[in-house]
Design a protein around this ligand. Structure first.
Ligand SMILES: Cc1ncc(C[n+]2csc(CCOP(=O)(O)OP(=O)(O)O)c2C)c(N)n1
Ligand SMILES: [Mg+2]
Length: 418
């Protein structure tokens, strides 16, 4: 099948997997063949972070209109982003260099592994493997040596591709993804070859820096997180809700459990990325994605907020529950307590000022919700709260149960939409 026809088939969902003969592969690179293989197997959601030897692959991904591709700023956010996209019915892959694995370990364990307590999301990692024999840069060697072990710990099924002949076996690994397992295809580049050429198409483009014009305001909050959640859940109808770990999820569960709630009980800092993955994956249906994120979570992973602003998902509402403390762990103040302004950070990250709403009291939260649930996003609703937790127990559901139930709700919503 030609590349063009393959892409069309991907869009129509009529792909037939047709294993390539070795003779057909000559002339193309491992990266090219892996991309073709991914498309043939219906992978349609990619997140990427470049290393020297995967730039050609990333360029192919980013210029393929038939799939969703999201450039990352930190690898661990990609694990959560892809999990969200999987919730929304996508087949997910991530292209990185093995140095990034050091940033990802916690998320691999809790989101991708099949260990007890994990959400058991499958994901395909396509990893450029620096630091093996022949590597010229010494600093790549430690991670080169440890890569297998890092992937082993969460039980990720891995296969090292050294040349084109290894692709057949690599392709069989994709069947593991179908069975719900996470797979890593690590690729040993030819270190003697020059890495990918530099792109220079951006050289002449003027850069626009977002304007920073927030003046200081003083707010006397009149709500705790629980009060804000009660108001939010009064306004929520069919929206999908993704909530931050700790008391945010616990309070939500006891306030109003529903199949359309996804409780993240781990992955601090990744709630809004998982919600982004979901929002991008369910643009075909009407329902919005409402994300309940904490100030601690946002500050832990501020860089990736740039991705949300850049992707501009119309169906995305990020509610920052800013109680100025790590509320779920003893109310120790975060930097918002010292005056760091999450709204200003959202603006600096690229959210348009018109989509940043500040809710410092109950009335303004009602108003903000009326607006953002009916208009096109992405919205950043900065909800300024008093510290304090409601005395509610932990959620009695298994994480994998939360995932399965939520995915059924997405499928049902999609079914209703047809
Ligand atoms: C990577 C990581 N670091 C620290 C923790 C411990 N932890 C769990 S919840 C939490 C507080 C989260 O604060 P915030 O996002 O502001 O939410 P709040 O509880 O205030 O609603 C912390 C620090 C963790 N689970 N994971
Ligand atoms: Mg907090």
């Amino acid at each position: 099948m030609s590349f063009q026809n393959l892409k069309k088939a991907l869009l129509k969902g009529t792909i037939k997997v047709n294993r390539m003969k070795n003779s057909e592969k000559s002339g193309s690179s491992i990266n090219e063949e892996i991309f073709r293989m991914c498309l043939e197997h219906g992978f349609n959601f990619f997140s990427t972070l470049p290393g020297s030897y995967n730039v050609d692959l990333i360029r192919k991904i980013q210029t393929c209109k038939e799939i969703t591709s999201v450039p990352l700023v930190r690898e661990e956010s990609g694990v959560a982003l892809n999990a969200g996209a999987y919730l929304g019915g996508r087949k997910t892959a991530m292209v990185i260099q093995n140095q990034g694995l050091g940033n990802m370990e916690g998320q691999l364990l809790v989101l991708n592994s099949h260990l007890e307590g994990s959400y058991k999301f499958p994901n395909l990692y396509i990893i450029s493997h620096r630091g093996l024999e022949g590597e010229k840069i010494k600093a790549q060697k430690p991670m080169g040596k440890e890569t297998t072990k890092i992937l082993d710990k969460p039980g990720i099924k891995q296969f090292l591709i050294k040349d084109l002949d290894d692709l057949e076996k690599a392709e069989r690994m994709l069947e593991e993804y179908e069975k719900g397992y996470t797979v890593a295809l690590t690729i040993k580049p030819d270190y003697s070859k020059k890495s990918s050429p530099n792109g220079n198409e951006w050289e002449k483009v003027a850069r626009k820096l977002s304007g920073l014009s927030f003046s200081q305001i003083e707010v006397q909050p009149d709500m705790r997180r629980y009060d804000a959640l009660s108001i939010i859940m009064k306004k929520i109808k069919d929206e999908f809700v993704i909530s931050n770990m700790g008391f945010s999820s616990r309070e939500l569960y006891y306030l109003k459990d529903r199949d359309r709630n996804f409780y993240l009980t781990s992955s601090l800092g990744q709630t809004y990325m998982l919600a982004l993955g979901l929002a991008l994956a369910i643009e075909d249906i009407e329902e919005k994605v409402v994300c309940l994120e904490g100030d601690g979570g946002l500050l832990m992973n501020l860089g990736s907020l740039t991705i949300v602003a850049d992707q501009k998902p119309k169906n995305y509402v990020l509610i920052a529950l800013d109680n100025s403390v790590y509320g779920s762990t003893g109310n120790i103040p975060t930097y918002t307590f010292k005056g760091v302004n999450l709204s200003a950070l959202a603006l600096a990250c690229g959210f348009p000022k018109s989509k940043i709403l500040v809710a410092g009291n109950k009335n303004s939260l009602y108003e903000a919700l009326d607006y953002c649930l009916s208009e096109e996003g992405p919205f950043f609703v900065h909800t300024i709260l008093k510290p304090g937790n409601e005395n509610v127990p932990v959620i009695p559901l298994e994480n994998s149960e939360i995932k399965e139930r939520f995915m059924k709700a997405v499928q049902a919503a999609r079914g209703n939409a047809v």
